[in-house]
Design a protein around this ligand. Structure first.
Ligand code: SF4
Ligand code: SF4
Length: 148
């Protein structure tokens, strides 16, 4: 029948008009995202064993792990850096981490004015200064949790 589409469209419009509004005035009103939604990253230096599995799993070479070996031959994390501007948010690094040191968090506002603004780095976690033994450096490991 001629005009049937028009009637159907109008009925949808009228129905929606009286329904509860679901649009949000972002950025004034922040969206309530599910706890497991993947925005930025949470990295816990205390849990990281510098195994490099996250960096190996990353298809875009986003992650760089610097470490040294202590007297017992154990890896000690020095710096952890993520070039988030190249991240695909695929989550492969999180899946690969054996100690759950790397997790996602819902914070999605990651835009910056330059590429350097979109870098997450945890640096100087353990350093070997002159005269400092590897054991001293190990004792400094785990400067806590930092967030981007
Ligand atoms: S989410 Fe994917 S692209 Fe981003 S750092 Fe992890 S593995 Fe790499
Ligand atoms: S974050 Fe996880 S996978 Fe990456 S180096 Fe640390 S322990 Fe290994």
């Amino acid at each position: 029948m001629f005009g049937q589409g028009l009637v159907k469209g109008l009925s949808i419009t009228i129905k929606r008009f009286f329904q509860k509004k679901i649009t949000e005035k972002y950025p004034e009103v922040k969206p309530k995202l599910p706890a497991r939604s993947h925005g930025s990253f949470d990295f816990c230096a205390e849990k990281c064993i510098a195994c490099n599995l996250c960096a190996d799993a990353c298809p875009n070479s986003v992650i760089k792990v610097d470490y040294f070996k202590n007297e017992q031959g154990k890896r000690v994390l020095e710096n952890y850096r993520m070039n988030i501007c190249y991240c695909l948010f695929c989550g492969l690094c999180i899946e690969a981490c054996p100690t759950k040191a790397l997790n996602s968090k819902p914070d999605f506002e990651l835009a910056g004015f330059s590429k350097d603004d979109v870098v997450a780095s945890w640096e100087g976690i353990a350093r070997r200064n002159e005269g400092e033994t590897a054991e001293d450096a190990v004792n400094k490991t785990g400067s806590g949790q930092q967030e981007v």
